[in-house]
Design a protein around this ligand. Sequence first.
Ligand SMILES: [Zn+2]
Length: 329
Amino acid sequence: MGKLKPNKKGKYLIGVDMGGTNLRAGLVDLEGKVLGEAHRPSHAEEGMKKSVEMTIEAAREVIESRSIKKEEICGIGLAVPGNHKSGEGICLYSPNFAPPFPVPVLEPIEKALGLAAYMLNDVNTAALGEHRFGAGRGYDNMVMITLGTGIGGGAVVDGQLRVGPTEGFAEVGHMIIDPEGPQCGCGNHGCWEALAGKDAIIERAVFELQQGESSLLMELAKGDINAITPSLIAQAAEQEDELAQAVLDETAYWVGIGCVNLITLYNPQVLVIGGGIAGALPLMEPTLQQVVNARARMVPASTCKIVPSALGDDAGIIGGAVLVIRELQ
Ligand SMILES: [Zn+2]
């Protein structure tokens, strides 16, 4: 593939957050500000090739809707879930997208749009965005985790985002925290995400409710135990529901244990927490900080700030823009 060069004379970037359900293309300026967006369904059930077509459509829409000329755009950067050979522009596998794999991602985009295109795993891209324009700005050493259905991670070490030889840096959700713990989607037992991911939180609440504990949760879930979500648990805890707060405290304990390991391994100045469950962070913060303060020893807790993501849902789009920006220097 004759890889296109980034347009160094441009002043805008396209950043794309390719999710399993929806994808968002954003027009971003060189200061990391999102100026406009276009959305499409990902059609992940039809495979990654279809999502690439949707990406091209959304990118065209966001460019046209702002009446921007192609000459004003430096390039396009994509946050894509899964495992990739990003240098070759190929997605090797992505769990929420239907086969076949591998899928060429960048080549069709460059061909259709005439813009230099870059890609990286979604969490690494978000970490890049937070490092350049968000909660990690100004720090040379940062770890970002995303708490959601799974737990993802990205790490900036001595100023550089690390991806590793198989771009598996940093699959923190699968570090084993409790070898005797519950089984994880990856087949192992007691991975961090099996203890602190979305399903673990829900299962913890459901277990307590099945013991006959009373809680506001059943009312919020309209009597349907299968309708319980982390956000309902957070809502109940906000209304001082004891069961819900106990569930979040136990979750915060496991989140904290993982954070201690990351602080000890990476010596970050800042640990950024994003993802769908990060909204419950204020409710988990006291227990989380207590665990980290008590257990981070060789690398003391006082050397690392734990903060919520500053870019929130825009981290993927802004990180996508940074994928291009770092090619301009
Ligand atoms: Zn696992």
